[in-house]
Design a protein around this ligand. Structure first.
Ligand code: CO8
Length: 153
């Protein structure tokens, strides 16, 4: 299965760049319809309780995984392999998360994201986050398409 982040170049993202030494290094596996990601929280990723995962970390991994899902789906819609030809880039316009159950720090966090609607300028992505059988968070993300040069100073 394709690891989306391994197909990209010039990605410095805290959440998902393989090259950011301080980042989370999430890997999103794309099967053409759904992208999945497994993230193992560390003890220092805890919330007020040491037993549960900090909500901001959950938002971070959902954010990155969902945007990468939008990018992968957009390449697919254009009939291109991820990272080939002119770069396709999306950024987070809106992130709506419902925290449904506390996520045990033992993890792992298992994410599944899919594009539910795709337009010329934006895609809607739905992302579920489970620990074991428990649905801990559910998110709707608006991914907005930007020029590949978006991040240039
Ligand atoms: C490469 C590896 C992946 C990295 C993943 C990292 C994810 C991130 O953290 S990205 C960083 C965080 N996000 C940002 O910094 C984005 C900051 N915001 C911006 O740059 C702009 O406001 C941006 C690009 C979102 C929208 O630009 P703007 O020129 O307003 O877009 P615009 O042309 O008006 O809108 C395009 C479409 O998106 C929709 N849209 C735009 N912004 C939003 C928003 N905030 N909420 C909902 N919808 C929005 C518009 O309604 C429009 O929809 P439609 O086509 O249906 O009419």
């Amino acid at each position: 299965m394709t690891i989306i982040q391994h197909q990209m170049s010039g990605n410095h993202c805290f959440g998902c760049s393989p090259d950011n030494p301080h980042g989370h290094h999430i890997e999103s596996r794309w099967d053409g319809q759904v992208a999945t990601c497994t993230f193992q929280p560390q003890t220092w990723h805890c919330a007020g309780s040491p037993n549960f995962v900090y909500g901001g970390l959950i938002a971070s991994v959902i954010d990155c995984h969902s945007i990468c899902t939008a990018i992968a789906e957009a390449y697919q819609r254009e009939g291109r392999a991820i990272g080939t030809g002119d770069g396709i880039l999306y950024v987070t316009g809106h992130l709506d998360i419902r925290y449904l159950a506390a996520a045990p720090i033992a993890g792992p966090l298992v994410l599944a994201a899919r594009v539910t609607e795709a337009g010329a300028r934006k895609s809607l992505v739905s992302c579920d986050l489970h620990v074991g059988e428990t649905l801990c968070a559910q998110a709707e993300v608006v991914a907005v398409k930007v020029p590949a040069s978006w991040g240039d100073a």
